[in-house]
Design a protein around this ligand. Structure first.
Ligand SMILES: *[C@@H]1O[C@H](CO)[C@@H](O)[C@H](O)[C@H]1NC(C)=O
Ligand SMILES: *[C@@H]1O[C@H](CO)[C@@H](O)[C@H](O)[C@H]1NC(C)=O
Ligand SMILES: *[C@@H]1O[C@H](CO)[C@@H](O)[C@H](O)[C@H]1NC(C)=O
Length: 769
């Protein structure tokens, strides 16, 4: 399980021992369990559910210690009441087995560890000024009435990005509090940071937990400050040591922040995350932003999926990061159909730096190096030590002294590699991609002259090193460049579909900027991350990468959309984002993947790249209610008990089961069996559109069929007379092929001349992924 961010992974690697899922500090036989209780079974004799839960635990021989005043029990880690019915507690395996058989106990599952989702390399920078949703910003008053809840590593409240200057009073519907704990007096909340809480009872029982860590909503790490300001930071002049200089602003600069700290030095655990979701929903946030995740798992044992079901039921939009495990198939996480899952793309702002070889070849890479530059035209010897990852123990001073050293990626931070080279007497560092990173570049705030180069550039360096007698090179740093031609491109690290459990559900839903993102940072935390004590730099801004960074872009846009259209459901907001997203550059060529710079896969892009201005006026939307999700779970062969755990109510899957592809999602994926008979199969898919435009209008279907298929849409024209009106249509997809090598992608667009409502049509053969 991991936060989708670089820094955390570095910390995890350097801190050992790391904890296993649910393991207890003292006794490995004791684990944290999250226990789902059916509250309707509570006997009347009990005053409240907590008293009843205590008696259930007592009945299995678990020694519950009643706290003063009879309020709860110190042996519960958390008692949940809003998004989940039940509690978490530390139990032996035997107690857990016994508990399962007690009346009212629906099920239980062990706690698990999640992490923040930045990539393996931290950076600094200045905010995103390329987003200018002017009309939308105005219509929603910059998100002023919307509270975004962040489940993250806390916040650095003193950052100028969180000033409340000129903000109106806190929306009265928000019921949260400022309970920031140590080092976070309630005076630090304001009209911008309207709530602060922290959740650690679960993680503190884990092996390897840092018990010294202050119990506080303060961000000692940087990640939470960065994501919060990306979604809702105030406009400021910002730069990172001259890089990305300019006006930095969050997407919804007047939206309010409610902080729920769940991630600590060693990660975040399910029992705490569920408690935070419980509170966030109770407090009345409108948006939940989740830049964390773990491996994809069944919804019924995933506290994020469970907690977010209740959130979405209350009309809360949930945006979550897709994960940084790309570019491999089936790596996307946070995949429940009620969550909006966000992958990462590059932007057109780059930080070019050249490696100039002695033979005159110039290889352009990227860097955020902040120190003295190499003297103009002065060349130095260069070596790659035969493909070293430049760990300190393996750097031979005699081979490194006075040289530029080429280092491959590996487990230590890229900044650390530079320091190791310098320590061994070297002059500079070149970080070289291998096949895994390919042509994808992220920029790093090196402390010694350093830059990163692509795999193809590395091949040229190796060729030169092998042929030159006295190979030499120099580095030239170009600062910030805006207007890169192939942007956006999907980041190589961004996780890919298909959905690991249900091929028919498109995930990720959408991509948004997540490479080299400038946003706020705690000034006390070095920009290279907590692990590097040698880093003397301090800045209120930093540039980092990950799907952790793309998620809050969508949270911010959703806040603006919610502000402008308070009647839109979470599914309508997602539909607006997906149907107006784009898949082509302005010259008509398809979006590329940063790994190879060839056409990006639908499994990497989802519906496409978010377009905030277009999303404000989608014309039509594909809406979904909670019953549709329950039908989808039935179709996905979830048991009624599993669904009850998620939906908090009894359900019946008896009625004619819908098929998974019938979920009213803004994407259609069908999977043919890999047999001869495939040619005889026809899929019939129904979708429903809701008019969100204000005028009566009629739409015409434009079909671009996936290769090897025949697609028809009926009726081919839809007329809407009033706002809110719904119309159904049927899509039939058949194939003439026996087999598809890969998936084939087409599009269905409904157009009235003013709006294009576009969704992908994807055809796959089962078992081809
Ligand atoms: C921000 O930068 C702009 C352009 O350089 C300048 O005009 C403005 O005064 C600056 N604002 C602040 C608050 O420093
Ligand atoms: C695919 O084949 C299986 C087994 O032959 C069958 O049960 C299933 O209905 C088929 N699926 C479709 C979509 O035709
Ligand atoms: C809709 O799509 C068509 C065809 O791609 C394009 O020519 C047109 O400009 C689009 N209209 C809008 C409003 O985006």
């Amino acid at each position: 399980m991991s936060l989708f961010c670089t820094i955390f992974i570095v910390l995890l690697v350097t801190s050992s021992p790391f904890f296993g899922a649910g393991e207890n500090i003292d006794n490995p036989r004791i684990q944290n369990y999250i226990v789902r209780i059916e509250n309707d079974y509570k006997p009347a004799a009990y005053f409240d559910v907590v008293e009843w839960y205590s008696s259930i635990l007592n009945s299995i021989g678990f020694n519950v210690i009643q706290e003063e005043g009879g309020k709860g029990s110190s042996n519960f880690l958390h008692v949940y009441g809003t998004v989940f019915h039940g509690f978490s507690a530390r139990l032996t395996f035997e107690q857990a087995q016994l508990l399962k058989t007690q009346p009212g106990v629906l099920g239980l599952f062990p706690d698990q560890v999640y992490h923040l989702q930045t990539t393996r390399t931290p950076y600094f920078l200045g905010l995103d000024s390329y987003h200018e949703p002017l009309g939308l910003l105005k219509e929603s008053d910059l998100g002023s009435d919307v509270v975004i809840g962040f489940l993250d590593s806390g916040i650095s409240p003193e950052s100028p990005s969180f000033s409340d200057e000129g903000l109106s009073s806190v929306p009265t519907h928000f019921k949260g509090v400022c309970d920031g704990g140590i080092d976070f007096p309630s005076s630090l909340c304001n009209k911008k940071i309207v709530g602060a809480r922290y959740f650690s009872r679960g993680i503190l029982t884990m092996k390897g937990a840092n018990e010294e860590e202050p119990q506080s909503a303060r961000d000692y790490e940087g990640h939470g400050t960065h994501t919060a300001s990306t979604a809702a930071g105030r406009g400021l002049n910002a730069s990172f040591f001259g890089y990305a200089e300019g006006r930095a602003t969050g997407i919804a600069p007047k939206a309010r922040l409610a902080i729920y700290k769940v991630c600590w030095t060693n990660g975040c655990v399910a029992s705490d995350i569920l408690a935070a979701l419980d509170k966030a929903v109770q407090d009345g946030v409108a948006i939940i932003s989740l830049s964390l995740g773990g491996s994809p798992t069944r919804y019924s044992t995933d506290p994020i999926a469970i907690g977010c079901f209740a959130a979405v039921e209350k009309g809360i939009f949930v945006s979550a990061s897709a994960g940084n495990n790309g570019p491999e198939f089936k790596t996307v996480s946070n995949i429940a159909p009620w969550i909006t899952t966000v992958g990462a793309s590059s932007t057109d702002r780059t930080f070019p730096a050249d490696l100039v070889l002695g033979n005159g070849i110039i290889l352009t890479g990227t860097s955020l190096y902040t120190g003295e530059v190499m003297k103009d035209k002065q060349f130095f010897p260069i070596t790659d030590l035969g493909g070293s990852t430049c760990e300190a123990d393996y750097l031979d001073h005699d081979l490194v002294k006075g040289k530029i050293v080429v280092c491959l990626h590996g487990f230590i931070s890229l900044i650390q590699k530079g320091l190791n080279v310098k320590e061994a007497g070297g002059l500079g560092v070149v970080i070289a991609n291998d096949e895994v990173q390919g042509e994808s570049l992220k920029s790093d705030p090196h402390l010694v002259p350093g830059l990163s180069i692509t795999k193809s550039s590395y091949d040229k360096v190796v060729g030169y090193l092998n042929s030159a007698r006295n190979p030499k090179a120099t580095m030239v740093f170009h600062g910030t460049k805006v207007g890169s031609s192939l942007a956006p491109a999907v980041a190589a690290f961004s996780s890919w579909g298909p959905h690991y459990e249900s091929i028919y559900l498109l995930k990720p839903d959408i991509i948004a900027p997540g490479v080299d993102i400038l946003a706020a940072w705690p000034k006390k935390v070095p920009p290279s991350g907590l692990g590097l004590t040698e880093d003397p730099r301090h800045s209120w801004f930093n540039i980092i990468s990950g799907t952790s960074m793309s998620c809050p872009h969508v949270s911010g846009i959703a806040a603006l959309l919610k502000g402008a259209h308070s009647d839109w459901s979470p599914a309508m907001i997602r539909s607006a984002l997906m149907t107006t997203s784009y898949n082509y550059y302005s010259d008509g060529k398809p979006l590329v993947d940063q790994k190879s710079y060839t056409e990006a896969s639908i499994w990497a892009t989802g519906a496409g790249h978010v377009h905030s201005v277009m999303a404000n006026d989608p014309g039509l939307t594909y809406d979904l209610d909670m019953d549709s999700y329950v039908d989808f779970l039935c179709a996905s062969k979830y048991t009624e008990d599993e669904i009850m755990t998620i939906a908090r109510r009894a359900v019946s899957c008896d009625k004619k089961a819908l098929e998974q592809w019938e979920l009213n999602y803004p994407a259609i994926i069908v999977a043919f069996n890999q047999t001869q008979e495939a040619s005889t199969i026809e899929f019939t898919v129904t979708r429903t559109l809701t008019n969100v435009g204000v005028i009566a209008t009629s739409y015409t279907a434009i079909i671009s069929s996936p290769k090897g298929t025949i697609v028809t849409v009926n009726p081919p024209k839809l007329s809407f007379k009033v706002k809110g009106e719904k119309q159904n249509f049927i899509v039939k997809i058949s194939t003439t092929r026996i087999s598809f090598q890969n998936e084939e992608v087409g599009w269905l667009t409904w157009t009235d001349g003013q709006h294009n409502v576009t969704m992908p049509l994807v055809v796959v053969f089962k078992n081809s992924h």
